[in-house]
Write a protein that binds this ligand. Structure first.
Ligand code: FES
Ligand code: FES
Length: 161
């Protein structure tokens, strides 16, 4: 049976879009395969690694677990939507400066989870940071440098992108 198509409107990284998509598409497939936003990574594909974390109306979600038709009328921010042309976001700078990136596969998801935290709580404790990234797995750097980087980039500027 052919897959039904549905029309969705969304704001992605500040741009309004109207798309016709298969009703069974995940948000992760929409981002990577339809929109070419490959900064969001696919690790497990089943909600266990956090590599696909993006912000949905400001909250971190696993894009592999969200059906794309459900995002109609919502706002998505991916790793491509933070920072500016030629200027890294403070979190990206801090990850580099604190040696919090090795292979980098987990990094976009970690940064989006961290951004959600800092937008709500610009000066989190170590425990709050650990809690915020507890759904993001890293197989090579470990977590110490990541926690230090997030702590260092807490700027107190709510909503900065
Ligand atoms: S790819 Fe989505 S949680 Fe692992
Ligand atoms: S830096 Fe390699 S998985 Fe985290």
């Amino acid at each position: 049976m052919p897959v039904q198509k549905v029309r969705v409107r969304l704001k992605i990284n500040g741009q309004d879009k109207e798309l016709e998509i298969p009703s069974n598409l995940t948000l992760l497939e929409l981002l990577r395969d339809e929109l070419g936003l490959t900064g969001t990574k696919e690790g497990c594909g089943i909600g266990e690694c956090g590599a696909c974390t993006v912000l949905l109306n400001g909250r971190p979600v696993y894009a592999c677990l969200v059906l794309a038709p459900k995002i109609d009328g919502r706002e998505i921010i991916t790793i491509e939507g933070i920072g500016q042309e030629g200027k890294l976001h403070p979190l990206q700078e801090a990850f580099l400066n604190h040696g919090a990136v090795q292979c980098g596969f987990c990094t976009p998801g970690m940064i989006m989870a961290a951004k959600a935290l800092l937008d709500e709580n610009p000066q989190p404790s170590k425990e709050e940071i650990e809690e915020a990234i507890s759904g993001n797995l890293c197989r090579c750097t470990g977590y110490l440098q990541v926690v230090k980087a997030i702590k260092a980039s807490g700027s107190g500027k709510k909503g900065e992108v």
